[in-house]
Design a protein around this ligand. Structure first.
Ligand SMILES: [Zn+2]
Length: 193
């Protein structure tokens, strides 16, 4: 069982003091927040490819790296990082071949029906309450557009200081190569990318 494996590994980890190389404070040393995708290929690759070590950054992960709501949990985390944890730069990092770029909301809803979790009547009731489930589950057509939309959402947010640079990058989930999409410093100085 996975849980048992994790717990017994953990016991050894702590006993052997394997945590020592990771000791850090809660204030991010590089004063940065990263918003990226929950893709399993990025678990270790993303920090390694950016030379981020324990204690360096606040890393927020969500499906597609998408900030879906201006007052949702990701934006709340960014605001907290900026005001309480000394973060002064934001990096929005999407990736190529993202599952959310081929998301299939209709298929997901069908799976929910097939597993008997919800009936068509329940889905209708949710829609009736004003929640567009297909829109809610939809990812994006194009990663660059999605990153730009995230940047706009953060930059125009009424609680985010105007002098915080918001960068946009795309990472290759195989090689870790970064492509710069938006240089947040240039954008601050009114220079077009
Ligand atoms: Zn992804």
């Amino acid at each position: 069982m996975l849980l048992q494996e994790i717990l017994s590994y953990n016991e050894q980890f702590v006993e052997n003091k394997e945590y020592v190389p990771y000791e850090a404070t809660k204030m991010p040393q590089k004063r940065m927040v990263v918003v990226s995708c929950m893709d399993a290929r990025l678990v270790e690759l993303l920090p390694k490819a950016l030379d981020l070590h324990n204690g360096d950054a606040k890393i927020l992960k969500t499906a597609g790296g998408t900030i879906t709501h201006p007052f949702g949990s990701i934006m709340r985390s960014i605001v907290t990082a900026v005001y309480e944890l000394n973060a002064d730069e934001i990096y929005i990092i999407g990736h190529h071949a993202c599952g959310m770029s081929q998301s299939n909301p209709k298929g997901t809803l069908q799976k929910i029906l097939d597993r008997g979790v919800a009936s068509p009547e329940i889905l209708s009731a949710i829609e009736y309450a004003g929640i567009d489930l297909e829109k809610w589950l939809f990812g994006f057509d194009n990663v660059e557009d999605s990153i730009q939309a995230n940047i706009n959402l953060v930059k125009n947010h009424p609680l985010i200081p105007k002098d915080v640079p918001v960068h946009g990058l795309v990472i290759d989930p195989h090689t870790g190569k970064l492509d710069l999409l938006v240089d947040g410093y240039k954008a601050l100085n009114g220079v077009k990318n």
